[in-house]
Write a protein that binds this ligand. Structure first.
Ligand code: BG6
Length: 483
């Protein structure tokens, strides 16, 4: 595997530790080799040291000397710019040597952990220097979001990749799809009889998808400003969650069937207008997080004092098909909120007739099924139950399934699963370019309306976002869940 952008946050915090964790679990072949490519004046040992630091700080599994030694023997470093012909020649030479020394069989994955503006020059360099065509060996490219900033730029990006790599060799990472709890959506829905019969507009009142983070933007001003919450996580993670929760059953779990259902589903999703009422956006101001006083977005390092970037976004979507007609999907995501939680809540309709007095049921709300992606991975079903006693009084209770209490194995990190799938060439968990483009198609009208009009509403750090988001649901007679 060749990593472009080894000095970045993503490579250090996620990719390199995941590679070590895979090696530690015995899931990498002994000849696996890692080549770093960056604009740094480093020797091989400098690169090894960077990887070691990243692994010691961020790996999930314990550091074992013998695993490290075996893995690090396959480390190489190539210094150079992305448009530097000599560096790409050296890269080719390094890869050929590794094939001989470590028996990599000529199979190469190129991981672009770099801003998309550089994709074009890197892939065309790979092509020009004969690194794309491996004959019988495989050549794959791994790309990370953002896949563009709107439909048009996403199409351009896809064209750049398609020009060089056949579509089956392009692996787009959406790390939410690598999460255990997200893959469980499919097991939960399609391996059971209990829930699927209720999964439609006859029984479901609405669905809420929440991705709340307590962190601010940290040191990511350069990436985040001008992007905002909707582009950062709704376009990809939240729309993918929505697709897995609400698409039709694929006839098998192979890449083609799964992607086909997601594509079909996403092409039926539309945003609901008028956006002034069906969407909300906010920007955090100073407040409290975990007992500490924290700065507002506009005071963060590297953010312009007049930035209009939203750090909170909520949108209403609809699905134009028989199963979901009339059922709103409310998606929200934000930074510096009350706590970190990602969940999908399926809220059911009220029972059509309740043969108890109003007094008996005043504490009873709608049944709900909550799939907790993180933390406290698991599920909760909320339903009404009689309170013990002589009177008929009915109240909400819940039934819980927690991964932690049920399984002894801990879940692998999303990146472990995804990197392994890249090496195995197993693509069901990687969105295709059609899905990426459909997601932009859904979001673009909202983003255009936001750019043309108004500003994000301020909200205090440590709260649950702007008041306009509550008003958005209140208009529909509904409320956000307090996770
Ligand atoms: C990334 C976003 O895709 O996901 C970040 O760019 C966000 O802004 C992150 O913080 C959250 O990932 P996780 O796995 O911690 O939920």
């Amino acid at each position: 595997m060749v990593i472009f952008g080894v000095t970045g946050d993503l490579a250090r915090k996620k990719v390199m530790p995941a590679i070590y964790d895979l090696a530690n679990r015995g899931l990498l072949p002994p000849g696996f080799s890692l080549v770093g490519f960056a604009r740094r004046d480093w020797e091989e040992q400098d690169f090894a040291q960077i990887v070691e630091e990243a692994v010691r700080t961020h790996a999930r599994t314990e550091f074992r000397e013998e695993v490290w030694t075996q893995l690090s023997e396959g480390f190489r470093f190539v210094p150079g710019d992305f448009d530097d012909d000599v560096a790409f020649e050296t890269l080719g030479q390094t890869l050929r040597e590794l094939d001989v020394q470590r028996g990599t069989g000529g199979n190469h994955a190129f991981y672009l952990a770099i801003p998309p503006g550089f994709f074009g020059s890197v892939v065309s360099q790979l092509k020009e220097h004969g690194l794309v065509d491996g004959g019988d060996a495989w050549r794959r490219v791994v790309v990370e979001k953002p896949f563009g900033h709107d439909l048009e730029s996403a199409r351009e990006l896809n064209a750049v990749l398609a020009d060089v790599f056949p579509s089956g060799s392009v692996f787009r990472i959406d790390h939410y799809l690598g999460k255990e709890t997200v893959q469980n959506f499919l097991a939960f829905r399609f391996a059971n009889t209990l829930f699927e019969p209720l999964w439609n507009s006859h029984y479901v009142d609405h669905i809420q998808i929440t991705m709340a983070e307590d962190i601010g933007i940290g040191g990511r001003a350069g990436y985040y400003d001008g992007i905002g919450a909707a582009r950062d996580v709704i376009q990809n993670h939240l729309l993918q969650l929505m697709a897995l929760v609400a698409m039709e059953e694929p006839h098998s779990f192979d890449a083609e069937s799964l992607r086909q259902e997601k594509r079909k589903f996403l092409s039926a999703v539309t945003s609901k207008e008028p956006f002034s009422q069906t969407t909300a956006r906010g920007q955090y101001v100073a407040g409290w997080a975990g007992g500490d006083k924290v700065a507002g977005y506009l005071e963060e390092d590297g953010i312009a004092a007049d930035s209009r970037t939203e750090t909170y976004a909520a949108i209403t979507l609809e699905v134009d098909n028989r199963r979901w007609a009339g059922v709103p999907f409310y998606l929200r995501a934000g930074k510096r909120l009350g706590r970190r939680v990602t969940e999908v809540a399926v809220v059911f309709r009220q029972a059509p007739h309740v043969p108890f007095s109003e007094l008996a049921t005043e504490d009873l709300t709608q049944n709900a099924l909550v799939m907790r992606v993180q933390p406290d991975e698991g599920m909760t079903v909320r339903f009404g139950s009689k309170v013990p006693g002589t009177a008929m009084e009915i109240r909400d209770v819940s039934m819980d399934f927690a991964y932690g209490g049920t399984f002894t194995e801990s879940s692998p990190e999303a990146y472990e699963r995804l990197i392994l799938d890249v090496l195995l060439g197993d693509p069901p968990l990687f969105p295709r370019h059609e899905e990426v483009e459909l997601s932009w198609q859904i979001l673009d009208p909202i983003l255009e309306a936001w750019a043309a009009d108004g500003e994000p509403e301020p909200y205090d750090s440590g709260t649950w976002g702007p008041l306009s988001a509550d008003a958005m649901l209140a208009r529909d007679g509904r409320k956000w869940r307090r996770p």
